[in-house]
Design a protein around this ligand. Structure first.
Ligand SMILES: CSC[C@@H](O)[C@@H](O)C(=O)COP(=O)(O)O
Length: 363
């Protein structure tokens, strides 16, 4: 998508043919910084410390990490080693394991002298594929927005609530939850997005709001607790969120707080959609609550908040007593029964084993 008048992806191969350049999301919306990362250790840090984040982008970044390892040492042992090192950086997003499995499965049969070049090529393909998947999600989700718009007065916007950032910053381009929003905007369908701030790291306030502003999408930032109130007053037509892992039974794991939005949506008959590319489906698990590992992040993310001071400095402030402990589960699981539909690259599936199987018959 565009930053100013220039098109960017979130990650691209550097001119040296070996490193990648990434948009360093830690500084947004206050500062737009691009970082060059050229080592496996650097890739692990960028994923763990959330310079890049969002399930699809984590996957693509790890694929480039495998390629960097192959350029240093293309042995089987190194291939297994980089899989382990990168896999443990963030435990919940299944796209990480998907991309690492994809890279290892592709590289293993190749002679070691061919692996580095092939790995960079495959990582680039995975990045390109992500763009295509998200665009297709956008086309399928657009139909839902069009249906809602058709029931409104001409010019009246479709009000969409979203949580966290499942935007282009969370993918290579377009985003998942945001792809239908961008396509609706391009098609001239009036939309208005309520952006959940998404504590503790404020991905909504910092990233989704920045994206919406950058693309001229009318939007309003709300605190996480406002969603239920807005739904009770008929101010939300639909919810669209992303997901870090959706099970074969249709349970949806996503940023902490998503479950509460789904509960409020069900209580108010507001459709609750989840947008996801197929690499986000974990076909090996059924019960999301029992089987998905939930990342526990540092308590500092709860107790300390980043922002821009009046004199323009990007700084952290403490918002709770020094001695108060904080817990920071980063994701929660929304049971399939609360999900209206899964917007995939192939169409909108029912959130159930039957629904997903019908959409992906080979699985
Ligand atoms: C298309 S991104 C889907 C999810 O990864 C997104 O909704 C999300 O929860 C991101 O969490 P984050 O902790 O910022 O990586």
């Amino acid at each position: 998508m565009n930053v100013g008048d220039r098109h960017y992806r979130t990650i691209w191969l550097s001119d040296d043919g070996r490193s990648v350049e990434i948009i360093d999301q830690r500084w947004l919306p206050h500062d737009f910084r691009v970082e060059k990362v050229g080592t496996v250790a650097g890739i692990a840090t960028a994923i763990r410390d959330m310079w890049v984040r969002g399930a699809p982008l984590i996957g693509v970044t790890s694929a480039y990490g495998v390629a960097m390892q192959m350029a240093d040492d293309p042995s089987d042992a190194a291939l297994d080693g980089v899989w382990e090192v990168l896999h443990e950086t963030r435990p919940t997003a299944i796209n990480l394991r998907w991309a690492l499995d994809e890279m290892r499965g592709f590289l293993r049969p190749l002679p070691s002298e061919q692996r580095a070049q092939a790995a960079y090529r495959r990582a680039g393909e995975i990045a390109d594929e992500d763009v295509g998947l998200n665009r297709a999600i956008g086309v399928n989700g657009l139909e839902i927005i069009k249906d809602i718009a058709a029931r409104k007065q001409p010019g009246e916007p479709v009000n969409i609530l979203t949580h966290c950032n499942a935007g282009w910053l969370a993918t290579v381009d377009y985003g998942t939850a945001t792809a239908p929003i961008y396509l609706a905007t391009e098609a001239g369908i009036p939309v208005h997005v309520y952006v959940d701030e998404t504590r503790p790291r404020n991905q909504g306030a910092q990233l989704t709001a920045w994206e919406m502003a950058g693309h001229g999408v009318p939007h309003t930032l709300v605190v996480d607790n406002a969603g239920g109130h807005l739904m009770q007053r008929g101010q939300i037509d639909m919810v669209i969120v992303g997901t870090d892992r959706t099970t074969a039974d249709g349970d949806v794991c996503n940023k902490i707080g998503t479950y509460l939005k789904a509960l409020a949506a069900a209580d108010n008959d507001v459709p609750f959609y989840v947008a996801l590319p197929s690499p986000t489906i974990d076909w090996t698990v059924g019960d999301g609550l029992a089987e998905i590992p939930i990342e526990q992040r540092s308590s500092d993310e709860v107790s300390l908040v980043w922002g821009k001071t009046a004199n323009g400095e990007i700084a952290q402030v403490r918002i709770s007593p020094e001695t108060t402990p904080a817990a920071n589960p980063a994701f929660d699981v929304t049971p399939a029964r609360l999900v209206t539909g899964l917007i995939t690259e192939r169409g909108v599936a029912k959130a159930s084993r039957e629904g997903l199987k019908a959409m992906f018959p080979g699985r």
